[in-house]
Design a protein around this ligand. Structure first.
Ligand code: GRF
Length: 209
């Protein structure tokens, strides 16, 4: 069984999508072995507990020492020997101490079409810019924030009459679907990196299951 770790910080609606569509889906041979949360008391922890998934809180206790926190991440995550680590709303910068421990195994979800609007306020910034189209990206996590090669991207139009809230709602719906698709493809061995074109991930997606 393909083993996932999901990293979260808050609400966990993307975690919920993975619980419902991957973890509990008999057609997908994958399980969430551990949920790691950066904040005690986050709603995401309740969602994991309700699904019977083990949790671990790994918080940044000393903001000047991310490497110490990342060593704790390595310990908690390494213990479950995951095939894939999914940052699904993990809101804290990680260092090479963590990323180098799991090369090409950490993916991140971001609510824009990268490289446009990296950072914490992507939906608001796209809305304020007045772009006609924004979207969702799932990408390999690298030390540069929101900087690794894209795996899947999907555009989301900004419609006349949209508010930030209506736009955010549509983006979250696309996130849930795209992240589910990405994790499912990984579990089927259909995503890889070509050393000859390291920025261009190979995605073997025929649109079916
Ligand atoms: C998502 O929009 C994700 O792209 C961003 O943080 C949000 C997390 O939402 N990085 P949730 O916790 O999964 O509901």
């Amino acid at each position: 069984m393909y083993r996932l770790v999901v990293m979260v910080s808050g609400n966990g609606s993307n975690l919920q999508a993975l619980i419902d569509n991957v973890h509990r889906n008999a057609k997908v041979d994958a399980e969430i072995a551990l949920v790691v949360c950066s904040k005690d008391g986050a709603k995401a922890l309740e969602r994991a507990a309700e699904a019977g998934i083990p949790t671990s809180v790994v918080a940044l206790t000393d903001p000047s020492d991310r490497e110490e926190r990342d060593a704790r991440l390595n310990e908690a995550i390494g213990a479950v020997d995951p095939d894939l680590i999914v940052m699904a709303g993990w809101m804290s910068i990680v260092t090479g101490v963590f990323l180098n421990q799991f090369p090409d195994k950490v993916i991140n979800l971001h609510p824009s079409l990268l490289p446009a609007f990296p950072g914490m306020h992507a939906i608001q910034e796209a809305f304020d810019w007045g772009v006609r189209t924004t979207g969702v990206t799932v990408h390999i996590a690298e030390e540069a924030v929101d900087g690794g090669p894209p795996i899947l991207q999907e555009p989301v139009p900004i419609l006349p009459g949209d508010t930030v809230d209506t736009l955010a709602e549509r983006i979250h719906g696309v996130e849930h679907r795209l992240l589910t698709r990405c994790v499912t493809l990984y579990s089927q061995g259909r995503i890889s990196r070509n050393p000859a074109t390291p920025r261009r991930m190979i995605v073997n997606d025929d649109g079916g299951s």
